[in-house]
Design a protein around this ligand. Sequence first.
Ligand SMILES: Cc1cc2nc3c(=O)[nH]c(=O)nc-3n(C[C@H](O)[C@H](O)[C@H](O)COP(=O)(O)OP(=O)(O)OC[C@H]3O[C@@H](n4cnc5c(N)ncnc54)[C@H](O)[C@@H]3O)c2cc1C
Length: 384
Amino acid sequence: MTKHVVVIGGGVTGAAIAYDLAQRGARVTLLERGSIGSGTSGRTHGLLHSGCRYVKDVDVARECYLENVTLRRIAPFLFEKNGGLFVAIDESDLKYKDFFLKKCEEAGIPVKELDRNEALRLEPNLNPELKAAVLVPDGTFDPLKVLLSFLASAKLHGADIRPFSEVVGFRIESGAIKAVRVLDKTSEREYELEADYVVNATGAWANKVARLAGLSVPVKPSPGVMVALNARIGHRVFNRLNKPGDGDIIIHQRGTSVIGTTSWVVEDPDTVTIPREHVELMLKRGTELAPIVAKLKVKATFVSSRPLVGAVQASTGREVSRSFAIIDHAREGVENFASIIGGKFTTARLMAEKMADFVAERIGITQPCRTADTPLAPYWSYFT
Ligand SMILES: Cc1cc2nc3c(=O)[nH]c(=O)nc-3n(C[C@H](O)[C@H](O)[C@H](O)COP(=O)(O)OP(=O)(O)OC[C@H]3O[C@@H](n4cnc5c(N)ncnc54)[C@H](O)[C@@H]3O)c2cc1C
């Protein structure tokens, strides 16, 4: 009598949900319209947030830091323990420092102030004019490897992972989804997949998918541009010591350093292009953090869209956390359907725990979440 849950979306959120539900004993099928990670998850900076970037909201910062620690514990092979530096370049940055340190302490994030010489000894490519530096527990990851580890773990518990499988409709009868209509893009064949429960984890596309069922999701796709340089200029993540803004972060991965990012809002994440002036802004702001940027060439530019939570009305019974939201479509007449939006790559495991708690209660699964304490399968086992 195992219940069948269909998870739509093969980004990190869908992958973590598929794993959590499969581990609790559900029969899970994950559908992804492209290759694994072809949405936003495959195109992030790859920053394992320490939470310091979000200290304005202490609860969100603490949530990030705790997930950072959890992920390093369950999959130490996926994360570089390189740490990060928040550096003040001008007087406005310097004014932010006391607030920053106070909030980090409130959030329980261990940070350490360094003097200028020590910061430059650790990272010689930082701006030599820097006025203050704080060492934080940031990390770096390869997004695809993390995704594959979640999916390999899901497969170990019997989940069926189907890339190149686009959801193109739903068969709804008596207020419940009976089947999901799927286009298999490898054979151009359409088929129906019966489901007891359906989770929409399509991030910036969540409203487009919900519309196929005549519903809506308050997601605001918010693209950001990233610029990869033709050299690696540091080890620790470089952050500007100030409120989050454009071009205030440089992350080093293998042979490249990536400057990010910008932020605007669009209606349709499928029509996003890279504005040239955003690339120029990244290079200008990146040069302020590390003057060597001006001497390097651009290796690649890329863009992806955050699945930001838009205005959510309490009266519709939507369950909202400050960083992500679960939307129960039962309130709008489709009882076995929920969407999840918002969050960050770093907090996907936690989002999945909350979503799986929600689904488990509705389909009668009593197994608790164990993903915070179970080691993740190695990413390469996804292919074996
Ligand atoms: C520029 C930028 C930089 C970022 N950097 C970081 C960072 O460094 N660290 C961090 O923690 N977070 C970062 N984030 C946030 C993080 O990347 C996202 O929050 C996260 O990847 C969202 O994952 P997701 O699984 O919800 O969405 P996605 O990864 O977008 O997954 C949704 C999937 O649904 C699929 N889909 C859509 N429609 C259908 C359909 N009809 N049928 C089947 N599948 C469908 C899409 O193809 C997509 O793969 C960044 C975000 C942006 C925009």
